[in-house]
Design a protein around this ligand. Structure first.
Ligand code: HEM
Length: 390
């Protein structure tokens, strides 16, 4: 390892530039025990895919099996809260393995097929267009606050048929308990009389016997949050990338319809909204490089470095919206592959195509070194994105 290397996953340099931090690791030691946080870090593409494709060795029941949150410091008083949240997290189907996971995932799967999703394209297009009409001529904008967040939230709230009059209020609810309390009577009603919206689809899971009421609530909240935060990051990270690569934005502008599908895949690869995902080893496993992962060890695979792996991608640090094929793993791999990938792609395509059709350029109004990111090991979330559109 280079002598300057350190293991602090939350250090400012690791948060600001995960590509250098995890890339150094990938090139030197793609499977490495991180002593500081007591976790295996898997940073190459090949090892990530292998790990993801062996759910029998690497369990997704992280909330149930992991007693310590992966975090720099946890105040004593927060540990009790963590215990309560673990129970709640464990009720989400993404945290299940095997037959239970399969059965629970199946309930929602039909809503997200490419064909079903395509029917929502007009709604997404209209939402993007209305938002951009409102923003046109506003000068400097925070594209996270003014565009990405209202867009993605309004779409998922729309798909779940959250009453229009409640949406602003629900968005402000910061705790899971408050959102769950809000959802309870609505869920009770939709279990009695389900419609065609996404929340009703989850409620049908209870009618079919696949979910308990608690699981309905936990999964409804999962989709409300997962369906909004990650897509938010996709749009913000893409706007930042285009502001820093005007040639690529110009290329998109030259033929938005022709380039948009590959462009969204490239943004997903280049600056992935989810940086890493966790598992727990179910048994002792010897990895390809000879490392011995122990039963119950924490394992984290790093999407950000796999997506820049030079053994898979030519010039991996370049943004190239014509890259094809592009076998990125921004949506994960294996049985837990992102359920909402079709929706995320649809939103990304409509948002970037509309920006390219309307604007000649996106100008970043700050020194890139001053951009701030959420200090998270999992999410690549910009906290501010000052942009002027031209
Ligand atoms: C799973 C990424 C958008 C719902 C995942 C996983 C990744 C991911 C990496 C795998 C997690 C694991 O293996 O543990 C993303 C990215 C998105 C996005 C980058 C946006 C650009 C969405 C949307 C929804 C959604 C819009 C729903 C409305 C889910 C669900 C799972 C999941 C339910 C769990 C699937 C399972 O466990 O079977 N996502 N996601 N995601 N995603 Fe997404």
């Amino acid at each position: 390892m280079p002598s300057t290397f350190h293991d602090d996953l939350f250090a400012p340099d690791a948060i600001r530039d995960p590509y250098t931090f995890f890339g150094t690791l990938r090139d030197a030691q793609p499977v490495r025990w991180n002593q500081q946080y007591q976790v295996w870090i898997i940073s190459s593409y090949k090892q990530l895919v292998w790990t993801a494709r062996h759910p029998e060795y690497f369990s997704s029941e992280v909330a149930l099996r992991d007693t310590q949150p992966l975090s720099p410091t946890i105040p004593e008083e927060d540990m009790e809260l963590f215990g309560a949240v673990r129970q709640w997290l464990a009720a989400r189907f993404t945290q299940n393995d095997g037959a239970k996971h399969k059965e629970q995932r199946k309930v929602v799967h039909g809503f997200f097929t490419p064909k079903a999703m395509e029917s929502w394209r007009p709604l997404v297009r209209q939402t993007v267009s209305a938002l951009l009409d409102d923003l046109q001529g506003s000068g400097q904008l925070d594209m996270m606050r003014d565009f990405a967040t209202p867009l993605t939230y309004s779409i998922i709230a729309g798909l779940m048929d959250i009453p229009e009059s409640d949406r602003a209020f629900v968005k402000e609810l910061s705790s899971q308990n408050a959102v769950t309390d809000y959802l309870k009577p609505i869920v009770a009603e939709r279990v009695r009389e389900p419609g065609d919206d996404l929340l009703s689809v989850i409620c049908r899971g209870e009618i079919m016997g696949a979910y308990t009421r608690d699981e309905v609530l936990a999964n409804a909240l999962l989709l409300l949050v997962a369906g909004h935060e990650t897509t938010n990051d996709l749009i913000a990270n893409g706007i930042l990338a285009f502001s820093q690569h005007p040639d690529q934005f110009k290329m998109l502008r030259s033929d938005p319809d022709g380039h948009i599908v590959d462009a969204v895949e490239e943004i997903l690869r280049y600056d992935s909204p989810l940086k890493s995902v966790q598992r727990i080893a179910t048994q002792n496993i010897e990895m390809e490089g000879g490392q011995r992962v122990g039963k119950d060890d924490r394992v984290r695979w790093v999407i950000s470095s796999a997506n820049r792996d030079p053994s898979i991608f030519d010039n991996p640090d370049d943004l190239d919206i014509s890259r094809n094929p592009n076998p990125h793993v921004a949506f994960g791999s294996g049985v837990h592959h992102c359920l909402g990938a079709t929706l995320a792609r649809l939103e990304g395509q409509e948002a970037f195509a509309a920006l390219a059709q309307r604007f000649e350029g996106l100008q970043l109004e700050t020194d890139p070194a001053d951009l701030e990111y959420l200090p998270s090991v999992g999410q690549r979330t910009l906290l501010n994105l000052p942009i002027t559109t031209r």
